[in-house]
Design a protein around this ligand. Structure first.
Ligand SMILES: NC(=O)c1ccc[n+]([C@@H]2O[C@H](COP(=O)([O-])OP(=O)(O)OC[C@H]3O[C@@H](n4cnc5c(N)ncnc54)[C@H](O)[C@@H]3O)[C@@H](O)[C@H]2O)c1
Length: 299
């Protein structure tokens, strides 16, 4: 185990639930929680400390920018979340400033640190973090379409009554409205999903649309989403800490499209160790190019 001091900047719903997921899975030796709202941060630490009762392998405490800068993994979940009906891209102006302010305070950063961006819109903000962190870009990436991909696998799993882990399918591109499902490479036990008799074009579109709208549905009902993303972040940390070489779609610079968005990547102790160029048909490639164009306009 190489990395086990994990700093979480932003102790709101996403940051504190991520700390909880890390505690339950005993992934971090030490968790440092940081927020400009100090009473909230203090309260979250007291509450999370109660979750350590049955497993003393993690410690949790508040920290300074200097602590965060020297952590092995730095998770950034600070910033404004979507209001009902609001798109992720509408958060850019506010959250760009928050991310720039945070990076101004956490310098110099541990040269071996891995930074995981969670704040939305995650693709442009990962691009920002890659450009201002002074770290190699394989050490700075965003959660991207990992959560969308797990949601997609959940839908397919339900449709075929097969465990999610046995579904190989990816959502790539923007973590947002222009995301693309790579249907042509989706498979179950080596059989392309497109060849299953009850999978028609109509099903593909309906599933893709449903998955894309889940965040909007959750936010409309309860105001924010945090359990799913916290589980994803804990899974990424686990892949780093235990050098798992796990493949998941994360947000990073993709040279072929000259943009930061999601592709399947291999994650291990050095961060993103390889980008896997997923095979796409003409239509999917066109959609991915459109996703890249839209992100370039936003950025
Ligand atoms: N990538 C994903 O898949 C995904 C999923 C869910 C939410 N998110 C994003 O995560 C972010 C956080 O969402 P949330 O629901 O936890 O919001 P929240 O409002 O509950 O928490 C945000 C926290 O950030 C803190 N903060 C603001 N500026 C700060 C700064 N400069 N330094 C330290 N802390 C600061 C606030 O005080 C607050 O506690 C949002 O941008 C949201 O859109 C991303």
């Amino acid at each position: 185990m190489k990395h086990s001091k994990i700093a979480i900047i932003g102790a709101g719903s996403v940051g504190s639930t991520t700390a909880y997921a890390l505690i339950l899975k005993s992934i971090a030796a030490e968790i440092i929680l940081i927020d400009i709202d100090e009473p909230r941060c203090h309260g979250e630490i007291l509450d999370l400390s109660d979750a350590l009762t049955f497993d003393g392998s993690s410690k949790i405490r508040s920290g300074s920018s200097a602590d965060a800068a020297q952590a092995d993994i730095i998770i950034i979940a600070a910033g404004r979340a979507q209001k009902p009906g609001e798109t992720r891209r509408e958060l850019l102006t506010t959250n760009k400033k928050i991310i720039a302010d945070i990076f101004a305070t956490i310098k110099p950063i541990n040269p071996a640190a891995i930074i995981i961006m969670v704040t939305n819109p995650v693709d442009p903000l990962t691009a920002l973090a890659q450009s201002i962190s002074d770290l190699p870009i394989h050490q700075v990436f965003g959660t991207g379409t990992f959560l969308d991909t797990l949601r997609l696998r959940g839908h397919i799993a339900e449709k075929f009554n097969i465990a999610r882990e046995s579904i190989h399918a990816y959502i790539i591109g923007e973590h947002g409205d222009s995301q693309c499902v790579a249907w042509s490479s989706a498979e179950i036990a080596g059989t392309p999903i497109t060849q299953f008799p009850d999978m028609h074009e109509k099903n593909f579109e309906a599933i893709a649309q449903k998955v894309k709208n889940i965040a909007y549905d959750i936010i409309a009902c309860k105001g924010s989403t945090h359990f799913g993303i916290a589980t994803c972040v804990a899974k990424i940390c686990n892949a780093i800490v235990f050098d798992q070489k796990l493949i998941m779609p994360l947000s990073t610079y993709i040279k072929d499209y000259d943009v930061v968005f999601s592709m399947p990547v291999v994650v291990g102790e050095n961060g993103i160790e390889k980008i896997i160029p997923i095979p796409l048909n003409d239509n999917e490639r066109k959609n991915l190019e459109l996703s890249a164009e839209q992100l370039k306009i936003v950025w």
